[in-house]
Structures are given as C-alpha cells and as structure tokens.
Design a protein around this ligand. Structure first.
Ligand code: 15L
Length: 270
C-alpha cells in the first residue's frame, strides 16, 4: 500500500508518546526520522535517528532537512521551572517553524495539550473557539506554540494541526483520566487524519477518546473527520466508588487541568 509521505520527522521520540507511537509511524511514510535530545538507541528498518536540542537552531535545521511533514512531540511535557520550558517549548518552536518555513515543509502536526484550557471548570464544555485559559507555564508554552503556528499559517501558508491531547496512557485510574483519556489507537487515527486531510490550514482539535461526560467539543475540527472508536467506559471498574467527584473545595478536581492547576508557577528563588 502506498504511504502518504516519503519522509516524515517525529520529534520527542524518547518520550511517553514517542515510545508508544514509534511502531505505528511506519504506516505514514517510507522513512521515519526519529529525533530526541536523549539517546533513543539505534534506528530500526525504515527509521533514521537524530539527536537534537530544540534550543539549538543548527540542530533543528539539520533535523528538519529533507522532510515532507513533521509530527512535533518534542519539548517539555509537564509543569516545571520556566527555563527548560523557555528553551524547548518557546525558543524550540521558533527554531522549528523557521526551519519548516525555510525548507518549504508544508504540514506540521503539533502535540499541544489540554493544559491550554486547564482553568475552565469541569462543568463547562470547551471548544477550540473559546479563549485559552492555561493552567501553568507548561500550558502557556503550548498556547505559544498554537499561536506561533497560526502566525506561520497566516504569514507563509504553513499548515498545522494542533492536538490538545488529553491523558494518553494505557489505562485511566482517576475520574479526570476517565474523562480525558485518549487510547493509543485513537491517537494513531487522529495523527493519520491530521496528516492526510487535504486542507487543514490552521486547525486546533482535542485528542480524546469517546469517553462518557467528556468536556471537549470538536465543532471547529470536523473537517478532520476523526472518529474516536474507544471509550474509557471499559475501565469504570478501576475507580474507587466512595470518592466524591468533583470535590467542591479542591481545585484539582473542579478545574479541568487537575493537579497541574496547583503545581505552578515554579518560579525559582533568586
Ligand atoms: C499533558 O499535557 C502531559 O504531557 C501528560 O503527561 C498528561 O499529564 C496530560 O497532559 C494530562 O492532562 O493528563
């Protein structure tokens, strides 16, 4: 079967999602270039491996050379001090989009996060047309990435699909994870739709399975025609029954960002 691309780049290959997605990426391209700042071991068949520090513009340019599309999952993926977020997620995005533009790469899929919207209450249904309400430096850096990619679409016609990914781990074990869970198969299908849908312009969508009581509405990304097939309902037995949710006095349960809401800001003492 012909693959949609000859060569694609996946950044963040050593991360949680990178490791889980790696075996599935071959379906998208003849050659998959895997990048990470850390050592991820040798390349397998149909793979190339490169080391890249996203804050280093020469590294980023070399990493992107020869690619037809990019799945950008690299960078800091949780709430930490600002300095590493600044390097990988703020400066790193500038380096990436400059390389993408200069090299004429037409499509990026950006792993954004639900933490762009973490300060909305769990009683609210949120869609991609609503103002962002990040829950920390990490969420703010993803808002930056979404806005930067929007600018490169408006200015240069670089297409990006931003995926506000929920909880993409094998099994949800809390109420929040039940609502925000994204199965691996649904993640792979969402990536496929983000890569092959003909005209995406700049699209922001939520990466979530068909879970009961979900908070996120895909009205602004129906053109992707993504249909989640899995549901967290199968894991309902994992939850402790006696736990009242959301707890009225605990912002980590009544705000969508969960524990991230109270983790930051991690502003170091000088
Ligand atoms: C994220 O953005 C994180 O990268 C991931 O590790 C999870 O914690 C997820 O959000 C979540 O909200 O559960």
């Amino acid at each position: 079967m012909t693959k949609p691309f000859k060569r694609i780049l996946f950044t963040g290959a050593g991360g949680n999602l990178g490791r889980r997605l790696r075996p599935h990426l071959q379906a998208f391209a003849d050659i998959v270039r895997l990048a990470d700042v850390a050592d991820i071991g040798p390349a397998g068949p149909g793979e190339e491996v490169v080391r890249c520090d996203l804050a280093n513009r020469d590294d980023v340019m070399q990493m992107c050379e020869g690619m037809d599309a990019i799945l950008h999952f690299g960078g800091v993926s949780t709430e930490v001090e600002f300095a590493p977020i600044m390097d990988a997620n703020i400066l790193g995005m500038v380096n990436l989009y400059e390389a993408v533009h200069k090299l004429g790469i037409r499509r990026v899929v950006f792993a954004s996060s639900n933490h762009t919207m973490g300060m909305y209450e769990t009683s609210e249904r949120v869609d991609a047309g609503m103002p962002t309400r990040a829950d920390g430096y990490y969420g703010l850096s993803k808002v930056w990435g979404e806005n930067l990619s929007r600018y490169y679409w408006d200015r240069f016609g670089v297409e990006t699909v931003c995926l506000r990914i929920g909880y993409c781990f094998p099994e949800p074990t809390t109420h929040r994870q039940m609502v925000t869970w994204l199965s691996l198969d649904d993640m792979v299908e969402l990536l496929r739709r983000a890569l092959v849908t003909p005209r995406v312009g700049h699209t922001v969508t939520f990466g979530v399975s068909d879970n009961p009581g979900r908070w996120w509405d895909d009205r602004h990304s129906r053109h992707l025609a993504f249909q989640a097939r899995d549901s967290s309902a199968q894991f309902a037995g994992n939850l402790p029954q006696e736990f009242a949710y959301p707890a009225p006095d605990d912002s980590s349960t009544f705000l969508q960002g969960g524990a991230f809401v109270t983790m930051g800001p991690k502003y170091p003492a000088s």
